[in-house]
Design a protein around this ligand. Structure first.
Ligand code: PGA
Length: 233
């Protein structure tokens, strides 16, 4: 089955280095011997200001684009927010929502994340909802409260244990399998991926138990991301 390999750059890169990264990765994808498109779905989630130019660059590539956040509101007077209308025509397929860094530094709570999920679903953007055990249950309830049918909508749920993010302490694969299976029972149409200190050295283990990976640090350099794709094939 095709596995999602998602590069979450967070607030890293300049436009120049971003364009360079895409050139290198596209180049690799075009010349690779293994059938990357059969085996993986590479997705780049860069800072929002780069999305316009990058969407031109990935037009003829299998590389897809995602946004790191979304406004919980539709178009209107919400200074500073990026809503789904703003992203229309940019070929944005995914939105990472409720990342623990947004909860920690920007006060995001389950209800806000649920509103963002609703906006994404309405616009045909697949939400990638980040959860850890402490907030899996409350996030699920918040989605039900605003009538998002988690048993019917196609979403991606990213299991991201807090202790594993950016720490080098990647989670135990057996534990990830257990949680992934639990999440699949709740979010029945969804794919479930793992995130937290994934590298080219450990990615294979997580792909054996999940539908893909969300990668921060090891996605920043094109060479490292290419190694991840190679390890996933
Ligand atoms: P990391 O980040 O790969 O650097 O641990 C993962 C994430 O925050 O999604």
């Amino acid at each position: 089955m095709t596995k999602l390999i998602i590069a979450n750059w967070k607030s890293n890169h300049t436009l120049f280095s971003a364009l360079n990264w895409v050139d290198q990765v596209n180049n690799y994808i075009e010349t690779a011997e293994s059938d990357i498109a059969e085996l993986t779905k590479p997705v780049l989630v860069p800072p929002a200001p780069f999305l316009g130019l990058l969407s031109e660059k990935v037009k003829n590539s299998i590389l897809q684009l995602g946004t790191q956040d979304l406004s919980p509101y539709p178009a209107g007077s919400y200074t500073g927010e990026v809503c789904t209308d703003n992203l229309q025509d940019l070929n944005i397929d995914y939105a990472v929502l409720g990342h623990s860094e947004r909860r920690r530094y920007f006060g995001e709570i389950d209800e806000m994340v649920a509103d963002k999920v609703k906006q994404a679903v309405r616009a045909g953007i697949t939400p990638i909802i980040c959860v850890d055990e402490p907030y899996l249950e409350s996030q699920t309830q918040a989605l039900k409260d605003i009538d998002v049918d988690i048993t019917k909508e196609e979403m991606i749920v990213a299991y991201e244990p807090l202790a594993a993010i950016g720490s080098g302490n990647n989670a135990d694969v057996k534990q990830v399998k257990t949680v992934v299976d639990d999440i699949k029972e709740i979010y029945q149409q969804s794919l479930v991926i793992y995130g937290g200190s994934v590298t080219a050295d450990n990615v294979e283990h997580y792909l054996a138990v999940a539908d893909g990976v969300l990668v921060g640090g090891a996605s920043l350099k094109a060479e490292d991301f290419i190694q991840l794709l190679q390890a996933a094939c």
